[in-house]
Ligand binder design. Structure first.
Ligand SMILES: Nc1ncnc2c1ncn2[C@@H]1O[C@H](COP(=O)(O)OP(=O)(O)OP(=O)(O)O)[C@@H](O)[C@H]1O
Ligand SMILES: [Mg+2]
Length: 370
C-alpha cells in the first residue's frame, strides 16, 4: 500500500500542504512546533483511527480558522482510492467523510482501507508501561485485521461500566443482586470472544517477536510473549466463545461477586488482562534493563506491521514520529533495515546530511511545506 498524494488545509496549523510522497522513505524535517506531527496525525486519522495523541474534534480545525480538509490518495495492489475528510466550525463534530466520492457516516467508517502503523516515542514504553497500553495495542492490532472487533471492545466497555454502576447501586440498596445476571451473561460472551482473539493474536505476535528479538540481541537472549488472562487458565485451542468459554467466564463472575460488591468494581475480566514478556524466562518489566524494555517494544511494533502485512496481503504505511532520534545508532539501523520495503514517513528535527536515492525530503515550516 502506498500513499500517492496528500493535501491538507486548515488541519491544526497546516496550510495548503500538497505533497506527492515517495514510494519508499519520506523524511519530514523541521524545527520544533512547525507541524511535523500534525502531518503524521492527519495521515493516521485518514486510516479511520482516533488520533494517537488524543486530539479532540474541536481541535481539528486551526484555532483561528474555520475549516479543515484532509485528502489522501493511496493505492493497493488492486486500485487507487481517495479519502476526504472535512469539517467546519461551529459544528466540528459533524465531519464530511468520503471514500472515492461515496459518503461515509463517520471517520471510523474509513477503518480497514488505508492501513497504517504509527510509532511514537510513547510506544517505546509499551513493555515497561501500564497493562492498559498493551491491551490497547493488542486491541488496535486485532481490529486492523478484523474490523468488527473494535465495536466488540466498545460494547464490552459499555456493559462493564453498567455492571460497575449496578454493583455500587446494590451496595447503596437501590438495586437488587438479581439484576446483575442480564449484564453478566453479555459480559461473559463478549469477554470470552475478546480473550480468544487476543490470545491468538499474541501467539502470532510471539512467533514474530521471538525471531526479531533474536536478531536485535544478536542471539544473546530469548524473548517470549504470552497473554495473561485473569479469567482462563489455558486458552490454547479454545474456540467455543458462545458456549463453554462464556460459561467459564460467567462462573468466574459469580465466584468473585462478593469481592466485586465490596469494591464496587468488576475485579476480573479482559479489562484486567495483560501481555507478559520474559527474557530468558525472567519478566522483562520487572527485571529487564531500560534498553531491553525498549528493544521488546520495538520488536512488538515491527511485528504488528508484519502481521498486518501477512493478514491483509498489503504492506501497511509506516509512520515514525520522532522515534528514531530516541534510539541508539544500532537500533536505528535495525528498525530501518526491517521496514525498508514499506512506504515510510519519518519526522525529525535535523535535515539529513546526505540524501539517498531511496528518499524524498520535505521541510515543514510554520505549517507549510517548503
Ligand atoms: N488546533 C490548532 N490550531 C492551530 N495550531 C495548532 C492547533 N493544535 C496545535 N497547533 C500548533 O501546531 C504546531 C505544530 O505542532 P506539531 O506537534 O506538529 O509540531 P512538530 O513539528 O511535530 O514539533 P516537535 O518537533 O516539537 O515534535 C504547534 O505550534 C501547536 O501549537
Ligand atoms: Mg512532533
Amino acid at each position: 500500500m502506498k500513499i500517492n498524494s496528500i493535501k491538507i488545509n486548515g488541519y491544526k496549523n497546516l496550510r495548503n500542504v500538497e505533497i506527492e510522497p515517495f514510494e519508499k522513505t519520506n523524511i519530514i524535517f523541521g524545527d520544533n512546533a512547525q507541524g511535523k506531527t500534525n502531518l503524521i496525525e492527519a495521515i493516521w486519522i485518514s486510516s479511520g483511527v482516533k488520533s494517537f495523541r488524543g486530539t479532540r474534534d474541536r481541535d481539528f480545525v486551526d484555532i483561528n480558522g474555520e475549516r479543515a480538509e484532509i485528502e489522501v490518495t493511496f493505492e493497493n495492489s488492486f486500485r487507487t482510492q481517495t479519502i476526504k475528510i472535512a469539517c467546519a466550525r461551529p459544528n466540528v463534530r459533524e465531519k464530511s467523510v468520503t471514500l472515492n466520492g461515496v459518503k461515509l457516516g463517520s471517520v471510523s467508517k474509513l477503518f480497514g482501507n488505508l492501513n497504517c502503523v504509527v510509532f511514537t516515542p510513547e510506544d517505546l514504553e509499551l513493555s515497561k508501561g501500564s497493562p492498559d497500553n498493551r491491551r490497547s495495542f493488542v486491541d488496535l492490532s486485532v481490529s486492523q485485521i478484523k474490523n468488527s472487533y473494535s465495536s466488540v471492545i466498545s460494547k464490552y466497555d459499555n456493559i462493564l461500566q453498567q455492571r460497575n454502576t449496578l454493583l455500587k447501586n446494590i451496595n447503596y440498596g437501590s438495586s437488587k443482586k438479581d439484576e446483575l445476571e442480564v449484564w453478566d451473561i453479555q459480559l461473559a460472551r463478549l469477554g470470552a470472544y475478546i480473550s480468544m482473539l487476543r490470545y491468538n493474536y499474541v501467539k502470532k505476535l510471539n512467533s514474530f517477536t521471538k525471531k526479531l528479538y533474536n536478531q536485535i540481541s544478536s542471539g544473546r537472549e530469548e524473548l517470549e510473549l504470552f497473554y495473561n488472562s485473569s479469567v482462563f487458565k489455558d486458552l490454547e485451542g479454545e474456540e467455543d466463545f458462545n458456549g463453554k468459554m462464556a460459561e467459564e467466564y460467567l462462573d468466574l463472575l459469580k465466584s468473585t461477586l462478593y469481592e466485586d460488591l465490596k469494591f464496587g468494581f468488576t475485579q476480573k475480566g479482559v479489562h484486567r488482562d495483560d501481555v507478559i514478556s520474559t527474557l530468558d524466562k525472567l519478566n522483562t518489566r520487572e527485571f529487564g534493563s531500560q534498553g531491553q524494555n525498549r528493544s521488546v517494544a520495538l520488536v512488538m511494533k515491527l511485528a504488528q506491521a508484519y502481521i498486518l502485512f501477512e493478514e491483509t496481503d498489503e504492506e501497511p504505511v509506516i509512520l515514525l514520529d520522532d522515534v528514531l532520534s530516541e534510539l541508539d545508532a544500532g537500533r536505528q539501523e535495525f528498525v530501518k533495515s526491517k521496514i525498508e520495503n514499506f512506504q515510510i514517513f519519518i519526522t525529525c528535527c535535523e535535515k539529513p546530511n546526505h540524501k539517498t536515492d531511496n528518499q524524498k525530503l520535505f521541510e515543514v515550516k510554520s505549517g507549510h511545506i517548503l
